[in-house]
Design a protein around this ligand. Structure first.
Ligand code: SF4
Length: 224
C-alpha cells in the first residue's frame, strides 16, 4: 500500500465517526469514496442514496447502474476511476417505511467538503468530474448552473481539469423513454470528453518525455 493509500485509509476511518453536521443522525453509516489511489479520474456525486446508505458503498443503487453503463459506453476503464460524493451521509426524511431523499443545503455541502478535499489531495486525479449541482457547488465553492458548464474543461487546482455534467439519477427521473435515451447519450458524450482529455494529456506528456530524452542524447546519436 502506498503512503497516500494508507493516509486515505486513516481518513476514511476518521470519517466513519464524523458528527460535524446533523446528517449522520438519520443515516446508517458514512459512505466514503472508493477506487484506486492514485487514480486518473475522480467522479464526485451528490450524496449517498438509500441503497448506498445501507450497503456503505458509493454508486451501488439504480443511479450507480446508469453510471456504470455510461462509463462503459464512454470508454472508461473503471479500474482507474475513484468514485465519491460531495456529502458522505444520506440526507433523508423517514416517511412510514420509506426514506425520502432530501436536497442538500449549501452549508451541509461546505461543512462536509473537508473529506472531499482530503480525497482529492491523496488520490491526485488528473480529471475531476462533478456529477450534478451539489458536486459542482462543492468543487467550485459557489452555486453553478450545470447546463452553462457542460462541455467545458475548467482549470482546477494546480494541474487538474474539472468537468461538470448531470447526476445520473436525473436520467431516472425523466418522464419518457425518448428523453431518457437522449439524456443518456448526452451524458455519455460528456464522459467521453473526459476520456479524450486524459488521453491527449498523456500523449502530450509522452511526447515531451521523448523530446527531453532526445535532446539529452550525445551528439551524433540518431533516433530511429
Ligand atoms: S454529512 Fe459529512 S460533515 Fe455531516 S456528519 Fe456526515 S460526514 Fe460529517
Amino acid at each position: 500500500m502506498t503512503q497516500a493509500a494508507a493516509a486515505l485509509a486513516r481518513i476514511r476511518l476518521e470519517a466513519l465517526g464524523c458528527e460535524r453536521c446533523p446528517l449522520y443522525r438519520n443515516a446508517t453509516q458514512t459512505v466514503f469514496g472508493e477506487g484506486p489511489v492514485p487514480a486518473s479520474v475522480m467522479l464526485v456525486g451528490e450524496q449517498p442514496g438509500d441503497r448506498e446508505d445501507i450497503e456503505g458503498h458509493p454508486f451501488v443503487g439504480p443511479a450507480g447502474r446508469v453510471l456504470d453503463k455510461a462509463l462503459a459506453a464512454a470508454g472508461f476503464d473503471r479500474t482507474d476511476v475513484y468514485v465519491t460524493n460531495a456529502v458522505k451521509h444520506f440526507k433523508n426524511e423517514p416517511r412510514g417505511k420509506r426514506r425520502l431523499h432530501k436536497r442538500l443545503t449549501a452549508g451541509e455541502i461546505d461543512v462536509c467538503k473537508v473529506w472531499l478535499e482530503s480525497e482529492i489531495k491523496l488520490v491526485r486525479p488528473k480529471a475531476i468530474v462533478a456529477l450534478g449541482a451539489s458536486a459542482a457547488r462543492a468543487l467550485l465553492g459557489r452555486p453553478a448552473g450545470i447546463e452553462a458548464l457542460r462541455g467545458k474543461t475548467l482549470a482546477f487546482g494546480e494541474a487538474q481539469s474539472l468537468f461538470v455534467t448531470i447526476h445520473p439519477s436525473l436520467l431516472l427521473r425523466m418522464p419518457d423513454r425518448a428523453s431518457r435515451e437522449e439524456g443518456f447519450e448526452r451524458f455519455v458524450q460528456d464522459l467521453a470528453r473526459v476520456v479524450s482529455a486524459i488521453r491527449s494529456s498523456e500523449t502530450r506528456k509522452a511526447s515531451r518525455r521523448v523530446t527531453l530524452r532526445n535532446s539529452a542524447q550525445p551528439a551524433g546519436f540518431s533516433v530511429r
